[in-house]
Each structure stands twice: as structure tokens, then as C-alpha cells.
Ligand binder design. Sequence first.
Ligand SMILES: C[S@@+](CC[C@H](N)C(=O)[O-])C[C@H]1O[C@@H](n2cnc3c(N)ncnc32)[C@H](O)[C@@H]1O
Length: 242
Amino acid sequence: MPNLALRVTRRLQRSLRTRGFVGSLAHALDALGAHLRGRAPAHPDAAADDDFDRRFGVDTSGVIPQADLDVDDPSWVHGSAYVATSPIDFAEVLAPFALDPARAAFVDLGCGKGRVLMMAGALPFERVLGVEYSQTLADIARRNLASYRGARRAQSIEVVTGDASAFAYPEGDLVVFMYHPFDEVVMQRVVDALRRRQRTSPHRLLVLYFKPVHAALWQAADFVETRFESSRYSVYEAAPVT
Ligand SMILES: C[S@@+](CC[C@H](N)C(=O)[O-])C[C@H]1O[C@@H](n2cnc3c(N)ncnc32)[C@H](O)[C@@H]1O
């Protein structure tokens, strides 16, 4: 983890980029107020997080600001804080889509500590892959996968350390999962990479996007159709190949 001075500088740098000067000031005042009232900002699903970790013997809970992570690449400023997807949300997003997991790979772009990989790994996917550019989080994800006590039906589960926008997707049907991992700059690169893949290797593609802050980029993408949209998550699908 970077030292305190560097973390403060990086938090400021990122806040100015995402909130602007006035927004950063308002956010700082809010945080100070909460601190003075003795209320540490907590993840809204903190109880469900702890429950998941206790049941399965892993460490996936907590919120880690991007500025506190160990990403040296200048692209870190485009990344979101680490926070894990709630198990209830995950079950809901996959339920209505009749895809055959045995013929598909599941990829979590920005997999953090790997909770989604464990949940997807309970389904019989051909492959489950997580991409994470923080070495620390990627290592925690690998340890979690080794100690996870839950069901595992996927044929393989792996964590790749690297930038999600440069990831080389496997061949075949694909489910791409994202929980608001990055800003519009990196999201546009991801949309472009998947468009290129879809042109050269047309297969079934399902994009599950949680906290879809940059849904507009997917709505504008000409190679997918919108299947579902809400403020919690959106689902896009490549037009079926005939
Ligand atoms: C909100 S967390 C989601 C974690 C996990 N997908 C889940 O739902 O439990 C977003 C993660 O994306 C990672 N991230 C952000 N930008 C990235 C990038 N360009 N390449 C790879 N990982 C990235 C962050 O480090 C963080 O761990």
C-alpha cells in the first residue's frame, strides 16, 4: 500500500478528477461531518459482506479507495474503489438469462478480492476468469479461491493481474461482468475491444454491468442490444449469431 502522503495526494487527485473542485470540497466536508459525529462511512451491505466471509472462510469485505491500492500504471486514476458485489444482487442478475454455462467463459473485469469469481465458480462455467490490476488485490483473490469453502462447479477459475482494457478474451461464448470498475475512459476501451472481438469471432456475448454509471457507452454500442436496464444493473447482449 502507498505511504500516507502519497495516498492523500492520490485521493485528492482522483476526487478532483471525478467530482471537480466544488464537489471535492463538499465531499470533504461531508466526510469530516460524519467523522466528527463518530460515524465512519460504511459499505451499505457490510453485514452481508461479513456473513459471506464467515460462511466461506474468505476475506472479501471492506471498501478500499483506489488511491490506497498499489497500481503504478498512470491509468489508476480511472479506476473505482474496491467494494464487492452482494451475493443477493449476483443471484438476481444471472437468474433470468438462459445461457449454457458449460459452453461459456465468465470474466469479471476488475475482480478485486474475487468474490464474484467464487459465486460464478459455483455454476458449471467452462472457465471463470478475473482481471485485476492491483497486485495486492489479485493475490488476495488467489488466496480466497484457495480457501473458499463453498460449492465449485466451474472447470477452472483463474485470476489474471493486469489492465482490464488490454485483456485477451478467450474464444467462445462469453459473459462479461463488471461492478462499476472504472470511468468512461477505460469503459470505452472495453467496449471497443469487445466490438473488435465480436467482429472477428462472433459468439454469444452477455454483458452484466452493476452500478451502470457509464451505461450510455453501452447504449451507444452498435454490436449489442439492451436486454435490461435499471439504476442497479444493466444487461446487454450481442445479437445472436445465425
Ligand atoms: C467495485 S470493485 C468490484 C470488485 C469485484 N468485481 C466484485 O464485484 O466483487 C472494482 C475493481 O476494479 C478494479 N479495477 C479498476 N480499474 C481496473 C482496470 N483498468 N483493470 C483491472 N482492474 C481494475 C479495482 O482495483 C477494483 O478492485
